[in-house]
Design a protein around this ligand. Structure first.
Ligand code: SF4
Ligand code: FES
Length: 248
């Protein structure tokens, strides 16, 4: 395939940034999207030009680092996959492909297509954990009976990989889907109930402090989430927050 790539180039957080055109040829439809970017970068390096900076680690949909906005959609045109799982067979010969970073105040651009998502880390640090005694007499987690339905919902919430596509897809740059997944995975299990009140209050406060916007109720986050995290988690977080506010 021969393609035209229009890629966001930005030297650093202070640079204004701009779209730059890159024609690329002989791309196999069996390549992954990131392999196609590898080919482009090798060509740029061979010409003595600066390669395009983009984030990646696992390249198999686990780490959540490949935060690319492709043709106006978070993680590209396919659903329930990350950008690293996207293949070039999803495009046609002659296509023009627009590639941009996530755009949100709380995700400032570091360089080109890489954004700073440490705001998510700080939200996690505010409550995305349980405190357990690990001194040697810890109770086996499997010894506590848990309803199958709750175990399944907690597991589904825990599949959130923290990629930030929900924020990028939201016109308010809301992080509600991410935070609600992290709150839900603990709220649904007895081990998470002990700190449930503080957890939801602290995580929501940190989310607001980081500059994420309010939920739009449009559901764009759920549509673009590569892990299919359900909007039901936001409803659960709202209930948790209301109950915690009365207690707190
Ligand atoms: S909720 Fe989905 S889109 Fe948002 S960070 Fe988690 S996996 Fe990514
Ligand atoms: S590189 Fe890890 S999810 Fe894409």
């Amino acid at each position: 395939m021969n393609l035209t790539l229009k890629i966001w180039r930005q030297k650093n957080a202070d640079d204004k940034g701009k779209m730059v055109d890159y024609p690329i040829s002989n791309i196999s439809e069996d390549m992954s999207f990131l392999e196609m970017l590898d080919v482009l970068n090798q060509e740029l390096i061979d010409k003595g030009e600066e390669p395009v900076a983009f984030d990646h680690d696992c390249r198999e949909g686990i780490c959540g680092s490949c935060s690319l906005y492709i043709n106006g959609r978070a993680h590209g045109p396919d659903t329930l996959i990350t950008a690293c799982q996207l293949h070039m067979r999803s495009f046609k010969d002659g296509d023009t492909i627009y590639i941009e970073p996530w755009r949100a105040t709380a995700f400032p651009v570091i360089k080109d297509l890489i954004v700073d998502r440490t705001s998510f880390d700080r939200i996690q640090q505010a409550g995305g954990f349980i405190s357990v005694n690990t001194s040697g007499n810890t109770q086996d987690a499997n010894a506590i009976p848990i309803e199958k339905q709750n175990a399944d919902m907690a597991f589904d919430a825990a599949t959130c990989i923290g990629c930030g596509a929900c924020v990028a897809a939201c016109k308010n740059s809301s992080a509600m889907l991410f935070v609600s997944a992290k709150v839900s995975q603990f709220a649904l299990l007895p081990q998470g109930r002990v700190e449930a009140t503080d957890r939801v209050l602290n995580m929501v406060k940190q989310m607001d402090d980081e500059g994420f916007g309010n939920c739009t109720n449009t559901g764009a986050c759920e549509v673009e989430c590569p892990k299919g995290i359900s909007l039901e988690n936001i409803a659960r977080m709202n209930r948790e927050y209301l109950a915690a506010s009365f207690k707190g």
